[in-house]
Design a protein around this ligand. Sequence first.
Ligand SMILES: Cc1cc2nc3c(=O)[nH]c(=O)nc-3n(C[C@H](O)[C@H](O)[C@H](O)COP(=O)(O)OP(=O)(O)OC[C@H]3O[C@@H](n4cnc5c(N)ncnc54)[C@H](O)[C@@H]3O)c2cc1C
Ligand code: FES
Length: 275
Amino acid sequence: MKNFEIVSKRRLAENVSEYEIYAPYVVRHCLAGQFVILRTDEDGERVPFTICDYSRELGTVRILVQEIGYTTLKLSRMEVGDALADFVGPLGNATDLSEFKSICLVGGGIGTAVIYPQAKQLRSERKSVDAIIGARNKDLLMYTEEMRAACDNLYLITDDGSNGKKGFVTDMLRELVNGGKKYDCVFAVGPLPMMKAVCALTEELGIRTVVSMNSMMVDGTGMCGCCRLTVGGRTRYACIDGPEFDGHEVDFDEAISRSRIYREQEQNHVCSIRG
Ligand SMILES: Cc1cc2nc3c(=O)[nH]c(=O)nc-3n(C[C@H](O)[C@H](O)[C@H](O)COP(=O)(O)OP(=O)(O)OC[C@H]3O[C@@H](n4cnc5c(N)ncnc54)[C@H](O)[C@@H]3O)c2cc1C
Ligand code: FES
């Protein structure tokens, strides 16, 4: 098998596919919470994806990819048997939730790719794990069976009520806590506005919160400064200091504003690949 070959590919939801990539050197050391940076071809951009699952026996890594722009669309056109130009990792720090006993994982949209390995890891440590997965509608929910198997309780919520309750992940979390659930940690991953809303709620509820920041990245090694964030008033780099941080210390407004810097150029990229 070729290095970085696509071993399997599966459509999970509208615009989201799961890829299994042959990458024995990445698999050898990877842990939950870490990510890879790949390029589809020699001229490709470097884009980061969370290691969603892996098999040390087969030497393969699974990633879930939401098609939102230039590289993710290029990737969606690659098929089983094609090989990526490179697949660098594992990068970033492994998650450390060892001090917590009762954890609620909250995933919005593609954030499920990050909470799934956490659920499996916490389960193996015999911790109490609940999860809330939210999406705009039922067609965008993914990995529900895998998550159900990995958690004590799984709660689904959609903006339009087409699967699970109607509402946002924050509504579900508030309802669970008001109903008597006790969590000593919330681990939230999803779009920046969602993580910001979860952190505002958990601050009010007094629950420690960890978020996984999906800043734009270039080198992934702390050299370029692209993934810069302000956390607790200090400059931090998502690629080497994170990607996980204390959610109550992250300056989300700055992160949201930085995530929009290249929006115009990114739109042009999409147009040229679609055309
Ligand atoms: C540590 C880390 C882990 C990630 N894990 C996953 C994952 O498991 N699955 C997944 O689908 N995506 C993940 N992402 C986000 C993914 O890297 C971006 O979606 C991807 O880089 C977009 O590339 P593109 O060329 O297709 O889009 P572009 O053409 O670059 O951008 C298209 C649109 O996406 C937005 N965008 C660009 N980069 C990001 C970003 N990093 N996060 C959020 N929005 C972005 C742009 O503002 C723009 O609106 C992760 C990001 C990080 C930093
Ligand atoms: S991606 Fe360059 S410093 Fe983090």
